[in-house]
Design a protein around this ligand. Structure first.
Ligand code: IPE
Ligand code: IPE
Ligand code: MG
Length: 246
């Protein structure tokens, strides 16, 4: 990768991995088959992002609202999480990738919680890329838990309400001191955020593609990165200010 493309590489990419169910249905297979094939796309994407030098990747694996799916599908998804962590933590270590779960984990089984803790601890010192897995995550949940955390600090006399700034609020979110996502990708053709990183995505560049998640590959990811590199991020300023003419 040359310097120019390196400079326009996002520091943080977040992805709504959507379309597993439709991918399976098109093949007359159960939705759960789509989820297990989706894991392969997830592995490819993690590996490609790490190799490309993207420092942080956040994947939406299970939303707060996904509990409303048929019990059998939910169970199969949760089983798949345990399995993929068991099978792939060694590869994360080999690739110097740190994994961190964001979301409310108390609702998970003891087995899944233990496996999450184990994978987080085993990779805690890895530095090449930070991989956040959003599981039982919702953007509104995140904003609420941050508000509660700050309220507790206020009650404890450690914080004055009038002094709460954007940085304090951001730090109380599940993503903590991570940079905000520069690029948001959603596969599967829907054009919505579905309660992903609401606060953090305020200025993310949005990229949507029709490809169903199990078909997402390096070429598709490269396309998203190229689209991102071609965007002018103005953050409220004028185009002239950004070209240096204003
Ligand atoms: C995304 O694929 C995976 C999860 C939400 C866990 P879907 O299961 O939403 O697939 P579609 O959107 O029904 O095709
Ligand atoms: C968003 O996909 C959540 C994940 C990919 C984990 P959904 O398929 O649940 O979103 P909606 O229901 O189409 O908005
Ligand atoms: Mg979906």
């Amino acid at each position: 990768m040359n310097d120019a493309s390196q400079a326009s590489l996002p520091r943080h990419v977040c992805i709504v991995m959507d379309g597993n169910g439709r991918w399976a249905r098109k093949r007359m297979m159960p939705r759960t088959y789509g989820h297990s094939r989706g894991v392969e796309a997830t592995r490819r994407t993690i590996e490609f992002c790490a190799r490309s030098g993207i420092p942080e990747l956040t994947l939406f694996a299970f939303s707060s609202e996904n509990w409303n799916r048929p019990q059998e599908e939910v169970n199969s998804l949760l089983r798949l999480f345990v399995q993929s962590l068991q099978q792939n933590t060694a590869e994360l270590i080999d690739n110097d990738i740190r994994i961190r779960f964001i979301g409310e984990r108390e609702s998970f089984s003891a087995e899944l919680r233990d496996q999450i803790r184990e994978s987080e601890q085993a990779t805690a010192h890895n530095r090449r890329m930070l991989l956040n897995v959003a599981a039982n995550y919702g953007g509104r949940w995140d904003i609420l838990q941050a508000a509660r955390r700050l309220a507790l600090d206020v009650r404890a006399g450690q914080l004055e309400p009038e002094n709460i700034g954007e940085a304090d609020f951001g730090a109380a979110l599940a993503t903590g001191d991570s940079p905000n996502p520069d690029l948001f990708i959603r596969t599967g053709g829907e054009h919505r955020i579905s309660n992903f990183l609401l606060w953090q995505m305020a200025y993310a560049e949005l990229y949507f593609c029709d490809t169903l998640w199990p078909d997402f590959d390096e070429i598709e990811m490269q396309r998203a990165l190229e689209a991102y590199a071609g965007r002018q991020r103005r953050f409220g300023k004028t185009a002239e200010q950004h070209s240096g003419a204003g």
